[in-house]
Ligand binder design. Sequence first.
Ligand SMILES: O=P(O)(O)OC[C@H]1O[C@H](O)[C@H](O)[C@@H](O)[C@@H]1O
Length: 292
Amino acid sequence: MDFRLMSLSLDPQDWLSPHCRRMVNPAGLEFIDIRHPAGEGLVSLFGGQLLQYTPAGGRPLLWLSDSAVLDGSKAIRGGIPLCWPWFGPAARGGPQHGLARLSRWRLHALCDTAQGCRLELELLRPEARLRLLITLDQGLTLELVTTNTGAGPLPFQAALHSYFAVDEVDLCAISGLGPTYRDNLAQGAECRHTAPARAPFDRVYTRPQPQTRLDRGPDSLLLEHRHQDALVLWNPHRLPLPEDIDDPRRFVCIETASLAAPPLAPGASRSLLLHCRLVDPHRETAHVSAAG
Ligand SMILES: O=P(O)(O)OC[C@H]1O[C@H](O)[C@H](O)[C@@H](O)[C@@H]1O
């Protein structure tokens, strides 16, 4: 457990279920610490953000910056931040990547079974209800569901901005992104996919594949995306680095995104889903398209 996440109390009420414990850090942020035989995880209610996940017998899937700010003054760097209701700089002058990663979510439901744990977090906004369903078992499933609770159509974008842990970003192989991408480091130029991509990169694949494979060397991750219309690949390398990134070689962001969906009708819901699991690179061949 991260030393910055010390519980303020050892109150028995902090145990929410046999494998899940509520924790509070010195700044008053709440976390759910999950220690299940199938895997371990850490969820921050600030941002509705999965910070860590390690399946039993495997290596951590996610990177969390050693310099992450954990006092609620800015988004937590690492894990899987949520971008909502916009991705990127906001035209309306709001914060980059929207409000969800800066909001306090609440734990709505928790299910702890022999197979794993499933948490449901909720964020109520005037115009929408957001639910984040996190299932940790032998794999990880994250589903963000937006329901339009307003009277008019709701335009929005969303992204699961995953920071995957790697030993060295330039030694990873990534396949299953898409045939072409928009290059944010070249004024949005449309480019044909090329591999390997060496950091820095900031690419938006607008014809995304449903499965992406990340070969980390000793193991591989298989990512399955649902209801996405884009995948974003990002690593800043040595570009001017935000202060809360200590070592950019240790992660690659592969972001499951919905950037161009039509406005959501009143009462309707829309989901964005990511499923990840470790695969043994020598024993399991993932069916990922070679075309990018
Ligand atoms: O620093 P943040 O606001 O978390 O944004 C981090 C990154 O997110 C996405 O990957 C964007 O494509 C990048 O342009 C941006 O730099």
